[in-house]
Design a protein around this ligand. Structure first.
Ligand SMILES: Nc1ncnc2c1ncn2[C@@H]1O[C@H](COP(=O)(O)OP(=O)(O)O)[C@@H](O)[C@H]1O
Ligand SMILES: [Mg+2]
Length: 610
């Protein structure tokens, strides 16, 4: 499920797009209809000014008197009165049109924002429930552009464009009506030319698709680059990687430039061509018009109305042309968004899932096989039984699969074959939520969210009381840290908790795990990144967390490992030895003994020397 590789296959199947978008439009159909109804008079009124020229030319300029009858009364309007009535009428119509324009704009902005919101809510909801592998495979840049950029382009675009299309379309229709009224023959010429001008648009469609997809990939790369510049700023400074980042950024920006230019080369000639075709129409109209007037088939006023309508027709037609181009981009974005709606998290609840309420007897791994990448086994046929209340240390070579093994228990990944059971029930039969509620995890690098320390600890259990919170802080040996901070527990942490030291961050994470009060505890190299001094205090915090719980602990400290009830040695994905320290140390040429000689022995000597 690598996102960057996916191109929207369905972006040009309009019926399919509409059927997928319909559920989002449906709740607002009435308002959209009202907006549409407002757009009709709004567009048609464009023709009024042009239409007003006919009586102006014929009665005011031509000096004719207007006589007609209304409800049996004969009404006579002199050319002087006409000279006043027509301009006032034009102003009144413009004011009326202004009101309609505001209404139409308001309704379409409201509906488009609401539809965008609904789509974003659904999309984000899907994103947060995706399985870890999805995040392993997709960079933050691509996720941001696909989950935030595309929906904005797609949904705001669509309603905006529908608004523009309806007003332009009805604007064009109103003007065409005036043209027909003035002279049907000239009108036919005008409309034929108009249709001819649209031909280039039909040709452009698919050419835009590939460029737009490329643009999205480049945009994602740029975002990733900026994210990495931010997250890796110290490494960048230390290794003077500024040049590398800069070169990448320049290349990506130029790529984007080239794609945009090629997009313009493909689509940009459309508008000039439309103008040229239209100018042929105008030339023809002028010729035929001269003939119609000189032969007395048309008044000068009608011709003035007609030519004005034709000139005014330029704008809506041009807008329609541009809109049809940009709507392609919108459909491409929409196609990509809809694709995301079809992504299912690979790890989810079984149709009928049970609730896990604590651990009674044991956790068992039975012939577990696992691989991240097909045909590259990471865990091979692991069987392991852990009793309630037991602590098991997992040791082994780096990259051997220790973290992977413990990540299988909360179902961050699902196994390929075999089973993992809690009290005899396969973990895939439990709801994800109840399974994870029973597990507290502390990693080597724990993510703290921006917000206060309190919030970060309360994430373990939002229902915790103040006393429980205090106990957790105390058990995690955080009280000294907190008392020295200006705002105590309400101190705001920087992004990723950067304002705390590594050891302090670990203790916040332990307090979080403590509050969760889960029967199963997983500690994955929780002290590995720390210096000796902070390690000692974090170790004390961890000891508190481990009390009376079933514990999986991956550690490099001999005393921690020796303290565990049993030690499991994982080598290259296989469980090679299992037993207590004393049992394993006596296996000649054993894996544990080798590890001990290489890594742990000097720790013991150092400890003795202190
Ligand atoms: N998210 C992942 N995607 C693909 N491969 C992974 C992922 N995480 C770990 N691996 C690979 O799986 C193997 C075991 O890794 P891990 O369980 O982290 O080892 P350990 O914790 O024992 O050092 C390694 O070869 C590692 O490269
Ligand atoms: Mg690891």
């Amino acid at each position: 499920m690598k996102l960057s590789a996916t191109t929207a296959q369905n972006s040009f199947r309009y019926g399919w797009l509409l059927s997928r978008v319909w559920p989002y439009i449906k709740p607002y159909w009435f308002r959209i209809l009202i907006g549409f109804l407002v757009a009709i008079p709004l567009g048609l009124l464009d023709g009024v000014t042009a239409f007003a020229l006919k009586p102006y030319m014929d009665y005011v300029v031509g000096g004719k008197v207007c006589e007609f009858s209304l409800f049996g009364h004969d009404i006579t309007i002199t050319s002087m009165q006409m000279a006043i009535i027509i301009p006032i009428g034009v102003i009144l119509f413009a004011a009326f049109q202004g009101v309609l324009r505001y209404l139409n704009g308001y309704i379409s902005t409201w509906t488009s924002q609401r539809i965008t919101n609904d789509m974003k809510f659904d999309l984000f909801d899907r994103l947060i429930h995706m399985h870890p592998q999805f995040f392993d495979e997709n960079s933050s840049g691509i996720i941001i552009s696909r989950y935030m950029g595309d929906p904005a382009t797609a949904s705001t675009g669509i309603v905006d464009q529908v608004k523009t299309i309806t007003t332009s379309l009805f604007g064009a229709l109103g003007l065409i009506a005036v043209m027909l009224y003035s002279s049907w023959m000239l009108a036919i010429i005008g409309v034929v030319v108009l249709c001819a001008a649209f031909v280039p648009i039909a040709l452009i469609r698919k050419r835009i698709k590939s460029a737009s997809n490329k643009n999205m990939v480049i945009g994602g790369n740029i975002t990733t680059n900026i994210n990495e510049t931010y997250s890796g700023n110290k490494v960048m400074a230390a290794y003077e990687l500024q040049g590398r980042q800069d070169a990448d950024f320049r290349k990506q920006t130029w790529d984007s430039f080239n794609v945009n230019m090629s997009l313009y080369k493909r689509a940009g000639w459309m508008s000039p061509i439309m103008y040229i075709i239209a100018s042929f129409g105008i030339a023809t109209v002028l010729g035929v018009g001269t003939w119609l007037i000189t032969s007395g088939q048309m008044t000068a006023g009608s011709f003035a109305s007609f030519v004005t309508s034709l000139l005014l027709l330029y704008k809506p037609v041009k807008t329609l042309g541009n809109t049809l181009t940009s709507i392609q981009t919108i459909f491409v974005a929409l196609g990509r968004v809809l694709e995301l709606f079809d992504l299912e998290p690979e790890i989810k609840d079984a149709p009928i899932a049970k609730t896990l309420n604590g651990l009674d007897k044991s956790i068992s791994f039975e012939n577990v096989n696992f691989e991240y990448i097909p045909e590259h086994p990471v865990l091979k046929n692991i069987s392991l039984l852990i009793n309630k209340g037991e602590s098991i240390a997992i040791v082994g070579n780096s990259g051997g699969g220790k973290s992977t093994l413990v990540n299988l228990l909360p179902r961050f990944y699902d196994i390929k074959s075999g089973s993992i059971k809690i009290d005899g029930t396969d973990i895939r039969e439990f709801t994800l939520s109840s399974l994870r509620k029973n597990i507290s995890m502390v990693f080597q690098d724990n993510f703290l969210y921006s917000g206060t320390i309190k919030e970060n600890i309360m994430m373990g259990n939002y229902q915790a009381t103040d006393t429980e919170l205090e106990q957790a802080i105390e058990s995690a040996h955080l009280q000294d840290v907190i008392s020295e901070l200006p705002n105590g527990i309400m101190t705001e942490l920087g992004e990723r908790g950067t304002t705390l030291s590594g050891g302090q961050r670990q203790r916040v994470a332990i307090a979080r795990a403590m509050l969760r009060n889960a029967p199963i505890v997983i500690l994955d190299e929780a002290t590995s990144a720390l210096d000796n001094e902070s390690e000692a205090i974090v170790q004390k915090a961890m000891d508190n967390l481990m009390q009376n719980r079933t514990v999986f602990i991956i550690a490099h400290r001999l005393s921690t490992i020796k303290n565990a009830d049993r030690i499991a040695v994982i080598n290259e994905g296989e469980l090679v030895e299992l037993g207590t320290h004393d049992q394993l140390i006596n296996i000649e040429h054993g894996h544990y003994k080798t590890l001990y000689e290489m890594q742990f022995k000097h720790q013991e000597e150092a400890a003795v020397n202190v």
